[in-house]
Design a protein around this ligand. Structure first.
Ligand code: TYM
Length: 350
């Protein structure tokens, strides 16, 4: 285990190691989601900790979603999780809105988090650009709901890509302020787990931009649903430079597109960047890109085939999500109830 995955302490309280993470069902999943998050979720399923994975539909509606498409995309994301190797018996897999404790704790955290903290969130600023006046209040408060997602399970470990690091740090700030203000050792200081060769997969068209489902150009990303020909064509057309591959990772400095493709190769093949370079040093992209495309097709097409099979039975997906939500709710409700007691709410309903 790395240092990042040791059990955090708050005062004298000890927390059982528990993993929580989520993905927005606001469009198809990309290779970035797969390598930065989903593939890591599958690996953590076998590390001896309880694992809870969530399709965060309440986060998705912070920007407009067509209702029928949202339902469809939530099922498709669930199918992607299962096809990629999440076992819904070993892990808890559910959609966020079926466990109301997230939204309830989210409100309490809205009263703990400070405006100054929210104003520093780079993802909000990047998303709204100059158009902040027109953004939803939900988009602004989003990181506080994310803190609730994590802390309503007392989760100690949160596997995410690099872009979510600031949000997990905010989660620690919220937990620490809550514990301090109410003089309790109640919420853990959660650690982000950002591991692997592809914690920040970049656009195939521009090595300075993150690969994203919201990029207007479909050529910029690999979708988990792309077929073999599309994957091969996208890697063939991916922007690169005219140099040969170096023999050490330092040789990729200042070559963001080349570094990105090497990182993707390493993550897909489960080897280090050094091992990729030991194999391809001195070769050009004419050789490397087809090898990368073959590797990506070999790893991704079984996932997309299995997704299609699962999508043929949406009722079964809904059943799995409902079952996961019941298991999640059983963990979240007592933690929410104790939070309400700490805050001073009367709970006298039978
Ligand atoms: P989302 O839906 O944007 O992304 C889901 C996960 O995929 C990772 N990711 C990437 N990793 C590497 N390279 C990329 N290009 C790339 N693009 C996306 C993200 O880092 C993330 O791990 N706020 C979160 C969802 C969320 C959440 C949570 C996560 C809500 N509540 C609680 C963890 C814990 C989000 O929008 O992720």
């Amino acid at each position: 285990m790395t240092e990042a995955v040791q059990t955090p302490h708050v005062g004298k309280a000890q927390f059982t190691p528990r993993v929580f993470s989520g993905i927005q069902p606001s469009g198809g999943l990309t290779l970035g989601n797969y390598l930065g998050a989903l593939k890591r979720f599958v690996a953590m399923q076998d590390e001896g900790m309880e694992t809870i994975y969530c399709l965060v539909d309440l986060h998705a509606i912070t920007v407009w979603q067509d209702p029928e498409r949202l339902r469809q995309q939530t099922r498709e994301a669930a199918a992607a999780f299962i096809a990629a190797g999440i076992d819904p018996v070993k892990s808890i897999l559910f959609n966020q809105s079926q466990v109301s404790a997230h939204a309830e704790l989210g409100w309490i955290f809205n009263c703990v988090a400070r405006l100054g903290w929210m104003n520093r969130m780079t993802q909000f600023k990047d998303k709204v650009g100059k158009n902040a006046e027109n953004a939803s209040l939900g988009l602004y408060a989003y990181p506080s709901l994310m803190a609730a997602d994590i802390l309503v399970y007392h989760a100690t470990h949160v596997p995410v890509g690099e872009d979510q690091k600031q949000h997990v740090e905010l989660t620690r700030d919220i937990a620490a302020k809550f514990n301090h203000d109410y003089k309790v050792d109640f919420f853990p200081l959660t650690a982000p787990v950002i591991e692997g060769a592809a914690t920040r997969v970049m656009s195939l068209r521009d090595g300075s931009k993150k690969m994203s489902k919201s990029d207007p150009s479909d050529q910029s990303r690999i979708n988990l649903t792309d077929d073999a020909d599309t994957i091969a064509a996208k890697f063939r057309k991916a922007r690169t430079d005219a140099e040969l591959l170096p023999d050490t990772p330092d040789g990729l400095d200042g070559r963001p597109e080349a570094r990105n493709l090497v990182n993707i190769f390493a993550a897909l093949a489960d080897i280090s960047v050094e091992e990729v370079l030991a194999q391809y040093a001195g070769q050009g992209f004419g050789t490397f890109k087809p090898a990368l495309a073959d590797l990506a097709v070999a790893k991704l097409s079984p996932i997309s085939t299995e997704m299609q099979r699962l999508m043929a039975d949406p009722a079964e997906i809904d059943r799995i999500l409902g079952n996961g939500a019941e298991r999640a709710d059983a963990i979240a409700q007592p933690i929410l109830a104790r939070t309400l007691d700490i805050v001073g709410m009367i709970r006298s309903r039978r």
